[in-house]
Design a protein around this ligand. Structure first.
Ligand code: 13P
Ligand code: SF4
Length: 316
């Protein structure tokens, strides 16, 4: 059994030997973020996967993210350290049910949050992430009817800020949905000067008490420019690694500090460990494999998202 230092050395050696790149999401374990070549939110990681030239992409995130990497760069071998790293949002939306729902609303365009399976992407007209959802929706004609899937919290938030009336699929991120506004209010009472940052996957009651709502990347930008010394954070705890790196002098308070809630770890994200990362590089598996027809169908709305995001100046 190797310790973390030995595992890290072996991962770096295997990475060179196999010409691999490691992409890591902000919610990954701290030691995985520390060894990743690129750490980002789901939008930035999709872009990074698309332009990757390494033979192997090791995706340290959840299944839909690794699948997106394969869809955008099918020539590469894409590995996910633990294939069971799913997502409650992706699981809430099964292709058969969604196809039926879509057929009931033939005059609606379908926008799906990237947190969904390739099958759902293939049934969609446009993909979005939490980093571009609001701007993409705003760019569409006001009378365009829209189905938004699978996150009713993100969709509801976009409806409120844009005044739209998108039809929402009834899915949630079980991690963000369980975070309680009361716990945030308790923390606010003890730290009245601390602003609250929240991910838009949180429930509407929690979002109502947030000072800033945005994707993981947007929250990091916000805390870096904030003058406050203390900040209350309503999102998955993996992000604290980057928050402390960016702002070592600031204090970040989470729902754990209220003691009423220890719900801010995503069990799926945390399935990836340094040891599984080492094993997957060593063994070249678990690998993401997909039928070429599915890759082609799912790529269309993702590429449309990336093109539109570039046109809107949201990404380079
Ligand atoms: P981001 O798009 O902010 O990276 O969020 C991904 C995610 O899974 C949030 O739970
Ligand atoms: Fe899915 Fe929520 Fe985990 Fe993100 S935090 S991967 S949305 S279950």
């Amino acid at each position: 059994m190797m310790n973390n230092d030995q595992l890290t050395q072996e991962i770096l050696r295997l990475k060179r030997e196999k010409n691999a790149v490691i992409l890591g999401h902000y919610y990954q374990r701290h030691e995985i973020q520390a060894i990743s070549d690129y750490v980002g939110d789901s939008l930035a990681l999709a872009q990074e996967a698309q332009r990757a030239e390494a033979d192997v992409i090791v995706f340290c995130g959840v299944h839909f993210m690794a699948e997106t990497a394969k869809i955008l760069n099918p020539q590469r071998q894409v590995l996910l350290p633990d294939l069971a790293a799913s997502c409650s949002l992706a699981e809430s939306c099964r292709a058969e049910d969604f196809a039926r729902f879509k057929a009931e609303h033939p005059d609606h365009m379908v926008i799906s949050y990237i947190n969904c399976s390739a099958e759902i992407k293939a049934l969609s007209d446009l993909i979005c992430t939490s980093g571009n959802a609001e701007q993409l929706v705003r760019s569409l004609p006001p009378d365009q009817k829209i189905i938004f899937a699978p996150d009713k919290n993100l969709g509801g938030y976009i409806n409120r800020v844009t005044g739209r009336d998108m039809l929402l699929w009834n899915g949630v991120c079980t991690v963000h949905d369980a975070m309680q506004a009361e716990a945030i209010l308790n923390l606010k009472q003890q730290h009245p000067d601390a602003p609250v940052v929240a991910h838009p996957e949180c429930n509407p009651a929690l979002l109502a008490v947030a000072d800033f709502i945005g994707s993981t990347q947007a929250m990091l930008r916000y805390i870096a420019q904030s003058a406050s010394r203390q900040i209350i954070v309503a999102t998955e705890t993996g992000i604290l690694y980057q928050m402390h790196r960016l702002c070592p002098d600031k204090e970040f308070l989470t729902l754990r500090d209220d003691k009423s809630c220890a719900c801010d770890d995503c069990a799926y994200m945390k399935l990836n460990t340094l040891e599984k990362l080492y094993l997957c590089l060593r063994d070249g598996q678990p690998e993401i494999t997909m039928e070429p027809a599915m890759i082609e169908a799912a790529a269309r709305p993702i590429v449309r998202m990336l093109d539109l995001s570039r046109q809107l100046g949201l990404i380079k």
